[in-house]
Structure formats: C-alpha cells, structure tokens
Design a protein around this ligand. Structure first.
Ligand SMILES: NC(=O)c1ccc[n+]([C@@H]2O[C@H](COP(=O)([O-])OP(=O)(O)OC[C@H]3O[C@@H](n4cnc5c(N)ncnc54)[C@H](OP(=O)(O)O)[C@@H]3O)[C@@H](O)[C@H]2O)c1
Length: 229
C-alpha cells in the first residue's frame, strides 16, 4: 500500500502500517473497530461483507487480528459470515448475543477459543464446553463487558471489535471505541445494506485521522483515533 499520511511512503507493508494499536487503555483494554464499507456507506452487500473486501483489506484484518488479544463480534455477524476459531495463540473470540442462538457445534466453539457474552438476565443455556461472560443485569452492559474481558484471557491489552452494525451502535453509544480501522471499498452498491452503526441514539463521537493509505485497486485504508477531552 502507499501511505499518504502521516509520513508518506510509496510502498509500506500492511504489517508495518498496522503494527500496533494507536494507543493503550488505562482502566480497561484499548478497543479498535475494524470494518470495510462502500463509498455509499454500506457494510454488507447481499448479506455479507465479501464483495466489499480485497486481498489487501483481508491482510489488514489479518494483521489486526494478529495483534489482538480478544476479538469481540455480534452474533448476527457470526451467523451471516461464519467465523472460524482464533488463529493467534492465546487469543479468544467473544460472541455477543441476547438470544444464545449460535451453532455451538461449530469449529469456532468446538475449539474452546470462543466464548459467549450476554446479560445476566438472558435465559438460554450455553453447553458446558462454552464459557459465558455475563455483563449487565437486564441487558448487556458493553462497558462492563470490556472491563471484564481480561478475565477470559491471560493478557488483554488490545480488543478488536469486528461488528456488525448493532454491536457497533452499542459500543459507540457507550463510547468504547478508541480507534477505527476503516477500509473504503471503491464502489457504490446502492440498496439498503446496513451502515457502520445501527440502533444507537443520536451521538457525536469525534475522531482524528491517524493514517491514510491507498492501494493500486483504489481501496482507501484509514485509521482514526478517538478524540478525548
Ligand atoms: N463490512 C464489515 O466490515 C462488516 C463487519 C461485520 C459485519 N458486517 C455485516 O453486518 C451484518 C450484521 O449486522 P448486525 O447488525 O446483525 O450485527 P451484529 O451486531 O453482528 O449482530 C446483531 C446481534 O448480535 C447480538 N447483539 C449485538 N449487540 C448486542 C447488544 N448490545 N446486546 C445484546 N446482544 C447484542 C444480538 O444477537 P442475538 O440475535 O443472538 O440476540 C443481535 O441480534 C452482516 O450483514 C455482516 O455481513 C460487515
């Protein structure tokens, strides 16, 4: 990829451009959201993100996964996209659900690398081989969830949130997203695909641009840092 900002670089590797999170958390793990969207803001075409992506975008996702201690993802995304077990040693994947409607026989849960995140009041029973993190009484409390993620792994410095729209809405609402790693796919798809957030009340969360890069296929790779204070 070619980096335009901050320091221009004609040929920079994805591993270098995404070597580390943009910061570290003080009271809780640092949370980065990784997403791809079209020019017209859609995050899914025909129900999945596949048509929006590119080999370099997949490499970005892979690199950020390599440095993440925990991946957090909504049940809707797991049901739509199909998720495999974590590939980074020691890493775990937390799947946020209210209904508990998940395929517990899948490789994802069979690996022991995945766990379920839900509210205390949720009345489904996960099978014995699946760990459950309960955060919030009547409904999921995303801030408590992030604070308690270190209970699920040995080391928890960087959490990668991977959508989808509903979980993103709750995370932005609770102001838990410290950085956004957004790929813009060079196409307009129209339709009524979901955008980056859904279900959040009207909020304003300002971000500063931390990096801009492009590739030969006109994909644009941006990193955004939450402006605090
Ligand atoms: N372009 C991209 O980078 C990207 C990334 C991820 C996903 N996507 C796309 O986004 C779409 C899925 O969107 P979605 O809105 O369905 O996303 P989602 O957030 O992945 O899933 C929604 C489901 O997750 C659970 N959930 C999320 N937030 C919750 C909360 N605060 N409390 C309790 N449960 C919560 C609920 O599960 P239950 O229904 O089990 O209760 C809810 O129905 C798919 O088309 C996917 O392809 C795109």
């Amino acid at each position: 990829m070619r980096r335009l900002f901050p320091e221009p670089a004609d040929d920079i590797g994805v591993d270098q451009a995404y070597a580390a999170p943009l910061g570290t958390g003080a009271q809780r793990p640092w949370v980065g959201l990784c997403m791809v969207a079209s020019i017209d803001g859609s995050i899914a075409v025909g129900g999945t993100s596949g048509q929006l992506s590119s080999p370099t975008d997949i490499a970005v996702l892979g690199q950020l996964r390599r440095i993440a201690d925990v991946i957090v993802v909504g049940a809707g995304t797991v049901r739509e996209e199909g998720y495999g077990p974590p590939t980074t040693p020691g890493q775990r994947i937390g799947v946020v659900t209210g209904s508990g409607r998940l395929d517990y026989d899948s490789e994802l849960f069979g690996s022991g690398g995945a766990f379920v995140i839900t509210a205390e009041s949720s009345d489904f029973d996960a099978p014995a081989h699946v760990d459950v993190l309960r955060a919030g009484r009547d409904r999921l409390d995303p801030a408590e969830m992030v604070r308690r993620l270190p209970e699920m792994v040995e080391r928890c410095v960087f959490v990668q949130a991977e959508g989808g729209a509903a979980l993103n809405g709750a995370m932005f609402d609770a102001d838990l997203i410290d950085e956004v790693n957004l790929t813009t796919s060079p196409a307009v798809f129209g339709g009524d695909g979901p955008r980056l957030t859904s279900g959040a009340p009207s909020i304003t969360r300002r971000f500063d641009v931390a990096q801009v890069a492009v590739d030969d296929e006109s994909f644009v790779y941006t990193r955004w840092l939450r402006r605090r204070g």
